[in-house]
Design a protein around this ligand. Structure first.
Ligand SMILES: Nc1nc2c([nH]c(=O)n2[C@@H]2O[C@H](COP(=O)(O)OP(=O)(O)OP(=O)(O)O)[C@@H](O)[C@H]2O)c(=O)[nH]1
Ligand SMILES: [Mg+2]
Length: 138
């Protein structure tokens, strides 16, 4: 890449959705997607004119059919995959209506925080899993 070329980062709204048992909802990415077949926290790209909170609400309605009623900032991660640079703005979703399920045919499940490390997530996600485990006292 030429040294005067500035790589453009894709801003992504990501939801760490927690239930009352302290489990986290994760989905599996599709075979044709970037970071194919990895597990992820649901979310997607922030579109022009949207705030991160609006994008998160839209993505979680579209992908897993819930309505977010309470969330707060959890962390922000910049990561360069080489083929793509992403900025993940991660929000912890602590209240919602509806029961999350994969509306786009993607596998999904609730996972105890202590088991998250055994799932194959994109490399950018490691700090998220580490912070969740630290917060849970593990
Ligand atoms: N949703 C989500 N995206 C992630 C995570 N970790 C991570 O690196 N990403 C990256 O963020 C980027 C955008 O996410 P996305 O593919 O869900 O975007 P989207 O829902 O708008 O998808 P689309 O392009 O199929 O419409 C992808 O390059 C993906 O690899 C994660 O935990 N959740
Ligand atoms: Mg998505």
């Amino acid at each position: 890449m030429r040294s005067d070329t500035v790589k453009k980062s894709v801003l992504v709204a990501v939801g760490v959705i927690e239930n009352t048992e302290g489990e986290i909802f994760i989905c599996r990415r599709g075979a044709g997607q970037h970071q194919a077949n990895k597990w992820e926290f649901p979310g997607g790209k922030v579109e022009a004119g949207e705030t991160v909170a609006q994008a998160l609400a839209r993505e979680l309605a579209e992908e897993i059919g819930i309505r977010v009623t309470d969330c707060h900032s959890f962390m922000r991660i910049e990561h360069d995959y080489g083929d793509k640079q992403v900025t993940l703005d991660i929000r912890k979703v602590t209240a919602f209506t509806g029961e999350p399920h994969g509306l786009e045919g993607q596998p999904s499940r609730w996972v105890p925080v202590t088991e998250l490390h055994s799932y194959d997530f994109p490399a950018a996600n490691s700090p998220i899993v580490n912070k969740l485990q630290t917060e849970a006292g593990h």
